[in-house]
Design a binder for this molecule. Sequence first.
Ligand SMILES: Cc1cc2nc3c(=O)[nH]c(=O)nc-3n(C[C@H](O)[C@H](O)[C@H](O)COP(=O)(O)OP(=O)(O)OC[C@H]3O[C@@H](n4cnc5c(N)ncnc54)[C@H](O)[C@@H]3O)c2cc1C
Length: 389
Amino acid sequence: MHRITVVGGGLAGLTAAITAAEAGVKVTVHEAHHTLGGRARTTEGPYQADEGPHALYTGGPHWTWLTQRDLVGPVTPVPAREAARLRLRHHGQLRRTPPFALLKLLRRGARDAPADTDFLSWATEQAGAEGARAAAHYSAVALFHHDPGILSAAFVQERLRRAARLPLEAHHPRGGWATLVDRMAARAWNLGVRMETLSRVDTLPTDTPVVVATSLPAARRLLRDDSLTWTGGRTALLDLALRGRRGDPFVLSDLDAPGWIQRTTAQDRTLAPAGEQLVQGQIPIAPHETRADGIARAEHLLDLAYDGWRERVTWRREALANGRTGAVDLPGTSWRDRPAVDRGDGVYLAGDQVAAPGVLCEVAFNSALTAVSLALGRHRSHRLDLKRA
Ligand SMILES: Cc1cc2nc3c(=O)[nH]c(=O)nc-3n(C[C@H](O)[C@H](O)[C@H](O)COP(=O)(O)OP(=O)(O)OC[C@H]3O[C@@H](n4cnc5c(N)ncnc54)[C@H](O)[C@@H]3O)c2cc1C
């Protein structure tokens, strides 16, 4: 194989491009936007905000892949004094320690949880109804769904364990995720990948294998294939810059309903000007709820824990992430049931809602590796067939 085309220049597209170029293939990436990165972009200017609170988990193969290539760059560990500022809302009160029943649940491995049962039923058997509900709400930090209890127990337990494991798996590239994108783009560039931005693809090329590394809805339109759907979450996002005040929590996790607020400057001072703090919140909302409902819940959480925050605001941004936070699996399904990577005729899907394992963006990485390996393998076996003929 001499050439491969990648549609989409987010994490999946860049991973596919680097992997194929490392195998000696000529790669062209088409990205519709004027910059690379997709959902891993970071705002430019005085406040460097990722699209919602974003953490890189260290436990999966994508972390090894990135670190082997020196692509993560400096990460920002959470200082111990800040880690001690984790707060949990439980029964309307702020507390510092998780309920015992939640800790009990964390001892159960992800493999102990069945895929064909909903998380709330399974977790209630393990730790009682109250612990199960608290755990479901905590897990929302890594799955962005308004009701994690109704999802597959295996799916939720894996995310719960990885989000709560000590030492913390969640890491943050210094300067935001855009720095990771820049490093990946530089690696691709050095390998000779041709990257065309402002280059929206409307019709797939037929003269090269193609990795479609867009969101699943964009892939559905591009491939004109209505079967390309999967369940996802809806999350209201609130970003704030606040004038600093000693004692603001580092994280506020809501155990009464799904919701997470994180002062991202606690782990990385460079994200806001001196004297200011960057605070990012994500509140998963139900299909009938509006962005305003989610923002109102975020503001209520802030009222509980961030004294006088309303008078301290220097910058504010709101958004709704609808189906942009990766796949969620309902009972009776697993990642294997999502849209397959191999679409036939030399077309392969990569992204965070396709059939690949992992948490959040790990699915995009893993599917990109599979897509390229299938594309290369298919070509090699085709050559063998020709030789035999
Ligand atoms: C609020 C929020 C919080 C998140 N938090 C985390 C977290 O903490 N940890 C984590 O691991 N993940 C997190 N994620 C998920 C992570 O951001 C995504 O999994 C990842 O960025 C997806 O990368 P991708 O390349 O698959 O897709 P995208 O980033 O969507 O990239 C697809 C690219 O394709 C381009 N494109 C689309 N159509 C075309 C076309 N026709 N032609 C050319 N280009 C096209 C788009 O412009 C885009 O740049 C979060 C996501 C959100 C929204």
